[in-house]
Every structure is written in structure tokens, then in C-alpha cells.
Design a protein around this ligand. Structure first.
Ligand code: ADP
Length: 432
């Protein structure tokens, strides 16, 4: 269950990340597309109007301050073929034109932009030129030619504006395509990168379900077999054998109970971030004392020397970031293992607390752990010797519970072990 939830969360996170990314990219593309389709002509036209006005103004200044002829002035100003400059006198007569012979041209007295310019205002118009038959943008400014009021007009064909706008539109469309392609590539890599951990989680989950089912099957099958045996024995009147069966039945159900409890603990610890209890703290010194007391009997029974250097007492010095139940799980499992895997000698527990950290170490003179297995014993269901562990009532989950509790308290756990000599587990937790 815990794992299903985790995968759900991982997949959900991936979904939102990629979905959000695609939505943002699409929105940008759509906005961009709209901006390309609508106001570009207007923007271009405004820009062209601005530059026509600047050119006309420059010409007007030039005319007022030099004695060049009108024709020379308009020819100089019309630097390119697409620019047409016209000087109109205050009576509307064309004095000079950069493209046509002024004398052949009609009076411009009625042209709207000229009317405005002769009135002292900047005049603008967009219309089909009567002389050229082409649509033009016109901007005329007030001018002065040989002491007379005049209008200086700059004009450019609209097709020029359109082709500029078209060029801009084409560049933008290419950029839009590039951006969409980049978006697709990035999305593809994001999916691949994030798909990997989910795939891994999926495998971990299947492995876990397979392992857990297998582990549960054994005691359940045992219990069923034993209860059938008891039934048969009592029917047959074979009462002497019944206590043997019931004792084994007890053991198997105890194992089943351990397994279920540890699975539930594991599930709770793995989802530790979710519960409202993650801010809870506890005094590790009192947890260790209690755990030590509950293990004394078992250690004595095995003839082990069981020592706890209870020097620190119980005060605020040993407070760690773990709820008391999780701290008990941690300590109980380490003590259980030390006693279970030690046939003779000593199990020694020590605790030291400083201003910044709490150090718990559990040392035994037991069978030790082969170097090759030392990394793996913290994995769920991993056991060096399955038979031995089963005999001890072990589930293979103890150390993974310990590891989770340590991680949750933001601490570290280290193992120092020599095969045949013994093991020392050291847990260092930051102080709460
Ligand atoms: P189990 O329920 O089998 O004890 P654990 O997760 O607690 O499961 O431990 C995993 C394995 O690590 C054990 O099966 C055992 O092989 C090894 N182990 C753990 N603690 C010790 C120890 N103190 N000495 C030797 N081996 C140990």
C-alpha cells in the first residue's frame, strides 16, 4: 500500500511537471501566433510613418538653412528608390519631386497631408497615388523655401511596408517552429528522465509484493498444517503429541504477528513525511534504558554478558527527532539482533550525548557479517542466513526499519563487523 501511494505521488508529480510545461509552451506559442497575425502591419506602418516624418523634418531643416535648389534638395533626400520626396509651395503647386517632373504634376493643394502641413501641422495619409497608381504612405511637414511657406512630403509605397511585415512574419514563424521543436525535445527528455525512477519504483514495488507474499505464505501454511495435525491428533485420541503441535503453532503465529507488525511499521515509516507526527521528539536515553530492561532476560537466558553504560541518565541532552515508538523500534531491533546473532560473549550498549549529536552504539561478539553482505543487510527481507534468521523468529525487516528510522531523524548508521568476531552498529543522530 505504502508503495502504491509512493508511485502514485511520483507519477502525479511527473504528470504535473510535464503537463504544466506543455501548457505553458502551448500558451506562449498561441500568444505568439496571434501577435504575428494581427497588429504587425499597424506596427510596421507606424514605424514607417515615424521614419518618413524624420526624413521630411530633416529636409525641412536643410531647406531652411541652405540655398540648395528645390530639386537638389528632394533628390538628396530621396536616398532610395522606394522613397519619394515632394516639395509643395503654399499655393499647392509642386515645386520639386524626386520621381516626376514637377511641371507635369497637378496642384497638390487638396491633398490632405499637404493641407495639414501648410496649416503648420504634420499631415499623414495613406491612399493610391494619382500619379503612380500605387498605394502610398504620405507624411508631410511644414517647411520654408526661399522665404515662402511650403510643405515637404516624404512618401513610400505600402507594398514596401507589406514586404517588411512579411519578412518579419516569416522570421517569426521560423522562430516559432524552432521553439515548438525545442519544447518537444525538452519534454521528451523530461519524460525519459522522470520515467526512469518511476520504472524503478514499479520494480521495487513488485519485488516487495512478491517478497512479502512469500514471507507471509510460510507461517500461514505452517499454521494451517499444524492446526490440521492437532485436529487429527485429537480425533485419533493422540493427546500426547498435542502440546508439541500447539507450541509450534504458537511459534508460527508469533512469527506471523511479527511480520505483520513489522510490515505495518515499515509502511508507516516509509510514509513518515505524511503523518502529523513527524515533528515529535523523544529522549533517546530513556528509550535505551527501557529497551535494555526488556532485553535483559533474553540475554541472560543465552548466558551473555549484557552491559549498558547508563552514564548519561535521562535528561534533555539526548532528545532526538523521532517519535518514541520509532525510537523504540530502532533500539529494540539493534538489541534483538545483537542477542540473536551472538552465541557467547558480550553485548554492550553505549549512549553518548553532546550539544549537537546523540551517538548510540551496540557492540556484540557474535557471528559477524561477511563484508559482501554488509551493504545489503539494510534492504527489506535481506538475510545472510535465511535458516538461522527464521529460527530466531527474524523477518529480515528489522534493519530496514532501523535504517528508515535513522533517515527520518536525519542521522547516519554505520556498521563495523568482522566475520566470526562480532559486529558494532553505530547510530549518530542530530539533536532535536
Ligand atoms: P532479521 O529479522 O533476519 O534479523 P534484520 O533486517 O534485522 O533481519 O537483519 C538482516 C540480516 O542481517 C540478518 O538476517 C542477519 O543475517 C544480519 N545481522 C543483523 N544484525 C546482525 C548482528 N548483530 N550480527 C550478525 N548478523 C547480523
Amino acid at each position: 500500500m505504502a508503495h502504491a501511494k509512493r508511485i502514485g505521488r511520483a507519477a502525479g508529480w511527473r504528470f504535473w511537471l510535464i503537463g504544466g510545461y506543455i501548457v505553458i509552451a502551448l500558451m506562449l506559442a498561441i500568444f505568439w501566433g496571434f501577435s504575428l497575425l494581427t497588429p504587425i502591419d499597424q506596427v510596421e506602418e507606424d514605424q514607417q510613418n515615424q521614419s518618413l516624418e524624420s526624413i521630411a523634418n530633416a529636409g525641412s531643416v536643410m531647406l531652411a538653412n541652405s540655398d540648395v535648389s528645390a530639386q537638389d534638395a528632394v533628390d538628396k533626400l530621396a536616398s532610395s528608390d522606394s522613397l519619394r520626396i515632394t516639395l509643395v509651395g503654399d499655393d499647392g503647386r509642386v515645386l520639386a519631386d524626386s520621381q516626376d517632373d514637377a511641371d507635369d504634376m497637378q496642384s497638390h493643394a487638396q491633398r490632405p497631408e499637404i493641407v495639414s502641413a501648410l496649416d503648420g501641422e504634420v499631415g499623414r495619409d495613406r491612399r493610391v497615388s494619382e500619379t503612380e497608381g500605387v498605394e502610398y504612405l504620405y507624411v508631410a511637414v511644414p517647411a520654408n523655401y526661399q522665404g515662402q511657406a511650403a510643405a515637404l512630403r516624404a512618401a513610400t509605397p505600402v507594398s514596401q511596408v507589406d514586404s517588411l511585415a512579411q519578412g518579419f512574419r516569416t522570421t517569426s514563424l521560423i522562430m516559432l517552429c524552432v521553439v515548438i521543436a525545442l519544447t518537444a525535445i525538452v519534454a521528451f527528455f523530461v519524460i525519459r528522465l522522470t520515467a526512469r525512477p518511476v520504472g524503478r519504483l514499479e520494480r521495487v514495488r513488485t519485488d516487495f509484493v512478491a517478497n512479502a507474499s512469500h514471507e507471509l505464505k510460510t507461517p500461514v501454511a505452517g499454521i494451517r498444517l499444524l492446526s490440521e495435525s492437532i485436529e487429527r491428533a485429537s480425533k485419533d485420541g493422540d493427546v500426547d503429541i498435542i502440546p508439541v503441535f500447539t507450541e509450534r503453532l504458537n511459534k508460527e503465529s508469533q512469527r506471523l504477528q511479527n511480520l505483520v507488525t513489522e510490515l505495518l511499521d515499515l509502511s508507516r515509516l516509509e510514509n513518515g513525511g505524511l503523518g502529523g507526527r513527524n515533528k515529535e521528539t523523544c529522549d533517546l536515553a530513556s528509550v535505551v534504558s527501557t529497551s535494555y530492561e526488556t532485553h535483559v532476560g533474553k540475554a541472560r537466558l543465552k548466558g551473555l554478558e549484557f552491559v549498558y553504560d547508563d552514564g548519561v541518565g535521562s535528561d534533555e541532552l539526548c532528545r532526538v527527532n523521532l517519535p518514541p515508538a520509532d525510537a523504540s523500534l530502532l533500539v529494540d531491533n539493534l538489541l534483538d539482533n545483537a542477542i540473536n546473532y551472538t552465541d557467547e560473549g558480550t553485548v554492550e550498549v553505549s549512549l553518548s550525548c553532546t550539544d549537537s549529536k546523540v551517538t548510540l552504539s551496540v557492540r556484540d561478539t557474535g557471528i559477524g557479517i561477511p563484508t559482501a553482505d554488509q551493504e545489503r543487510i539494510f534492504e527489506r527481507f535481506y538475510r545472510v542466513d535465511k535458516g538461522h534468521s527464521r529460527e530466531m523468529g527474524g523477518t529480515g525487516l528489522g534493519l530496514s526499519l532501523v535504517r528508515h528510522a535513522v533517515e527520518r531523524a536525519k542521522g547516519v548508521i554505520t556498521l563495523d563487523s568482522t566475520l566470526g568476531k562480532g559486529s558494532t552498529f553505530t547510530v549518530i543522530l542530530p539533536k532535536a
